[in-house]
Structures are given as C-alpha cells and as structure tokens.
Design a protein. Sequence first.
Length: 363
Amino acid sequence: MNKIKALSIKDQSRIIVISDIHGELELFKELLDKVQFSKEDYLIINGDLCEKGANSTGVVRYVIELAAQNPRVHVIEGNCDALVEELLNENPQLINYLCARKHSIMNEWLEQIEFSITIDTSIQEVKEQLLTHFSEEIMWLSELPTAIETDQYIFVHAGLEDIDNWKDTDRDNAISIPEFLYKSHRANKNVIVGHWPVGNYSSKILSNNPIIDLEKKIIAIDGGNNVKNSGQLNAFIIQPSSSENIYSYTYVDHFRKINAVIDFEADTVMTGSISYVDYRILPLERGDYFTLCQQVETGEQVYVKNEYIHQTDNGFEVKKEVSCAQINVKKGDIISVLDDTCAGYALIKNNGIVGWVPKEVLQ
C-alpha cells in the first residue's frame, strides 16, 4: 500500500465514519442531517462512493465540494472508486463492465455527454471522451488514499493482511478482501472497514448494524446499502474520551416507515436467515405461513416464509436473501416495512434488525 494518509485528530471532536454510499446522494445527505454533522466533526468516508446506485456523479461531486470546504472531511478509496484506474490504464475489459452495468459513474458521465458505447467501442475512445469532460473527478478519485491512520484507528475499505507490517498490505487486498471480520491482523489498532455487508455475518438474526469486535480490533460498518435487500446506510460515530472512546451508530434507508400499533413478542424458535450464498434448502415441514427447512450448505434448520420458497430443476431454493426470524416490536416503534405482501406476516426492520411480525403490528 503506497497511499497511506496520516491524520491527527484534534481535541475531543466526534469522528463520523460512513462507507459504501454507492451512488445514493439523497440518503447520504439525510444521514449527515440525522447525525447533525457540523464543521466541528471529523467525517471519514470509508470508500465506495460510487457504482450500484443511480447518482454516483452527484455523490462524487458533492463529496469533492464538501472536502474542499471542510478540512475535517477525509475520503479513502474503495474497490468501486478504483475503477477509474481501469480507465486510465486502458483495460479493454472495462467496456464489458460498462455494457453490463447500468448504474456506473462512467455510464452516467457518458450519458451526460450523449456518448453511447457498444461492446465494440474502444477503451481509448472512452478514455479520451471522459478525460476531456471529467478530468477533475477522475483524477480526484485516482488520487484518493487507500488508508487513513490516526493514533488509535486505521480506516481502510476492506481490510488488512495478517502480516507484521500492515502497511505492506497489497493495495488490491486493502480495497477488496472479503469477510475481514473472519480474519485477523497485527496492526495493534482498531481497524474500521466497510466493503463486506455486515448482514453476511448474521447467524441467529439478520442485522445490518455495525459490528464491533474489540478483541479482534475490527469494526465492520457496511450496512449493505444498494447491495442487500434489507440494506441501509450506516454512520458509525466515535466520541473520543479521556478514558474510553464511546461508540454509537445510526442509519437511514429507503423503506416506508410506520409506527407499530401493538406490542409483539417473537417466537424464539424462529431465528436465522438465508444469506449470501446459501440459497439451497430442503423443505421438511410446511406450515400455514412458514416452512421448516434445512439449508443444504450449512445443515442449519430454519423457518422460511412460504412465499419465498422457489422450486427449480435442481430442487428448492430461497428466491433471495431473507430473514427467517421473528423479532420483537413495541407499540410506537418506528419500523421500516420491507415486504407486506405475504400472507399473515410482514417483513420489517426495527433498529437495524430484520424479521417477521404479524400484520396486526402494522394496522
């Protein structure tokens, strides 16, 4: 890793960390408002400003201006931001990517200048067009540091290699290593990462909230915004203290919000989730609303909502990632409604936790 930025955090200012915005400008602005971000705070954007969402150009432009106006705003690169290097290095495979991906910052740029591409378009021509019109944004993205180091923390998009000198981590691994929470490092500082949605680590209950593992010195904050079906954009907040730093977090999402009208206590038998990539199931016992199933890859038994079970030529699978748990709700809780189209139960999110409740909770 060659691009490591040293940062000195002054006084007792808050540090707000946001990762994986993925082209969601309005959500990003909403989250900054929700945490009441001010010029007294430090804001660390932990990679992946663009791709997957519909307004990557807006996010990048907004963050460029935000960082220019406020010296306490700092940005590192993610694997999605690093795609501009494939353009600068004239990688012909980038054309295949752009033809296959509707939501890409480069496709947004090309649309703005009314330049259409096909699989036969040369990468050199695309590079020339984009550098002519968007050189400032391209160079800004290409020059982002790979990591930020403070006295107590290392901010990096995906993770570090388990080596004596963490600074020798290969840059490609730093921005794309998967499942870092299952790995280890020797940096002797808390490492804050995005990249891998925290929902992928869920076992007993599906949660999109940051995971704090101080024993491993890893804090994972990617809420799966624009990646997971129940995803959210997280803000991880560090409040420095003379004794021990205080951690908190909040989030925003696109889902419809309502107030729960009654209390509901979950059936503790119903836990777990179907997550990436263990979609294959073996139905064991069908009920009125849920079917007891065994996950083929893990052997775990979970209750799957009947409407989410799909039969294929090779057996049964779940249509998409989904919670298999019921969750507690108190009257007056503000909940996100993920799916209220199924019989008897609705899939909701309450304080970042995803699960099923009877539809009476919503009515």
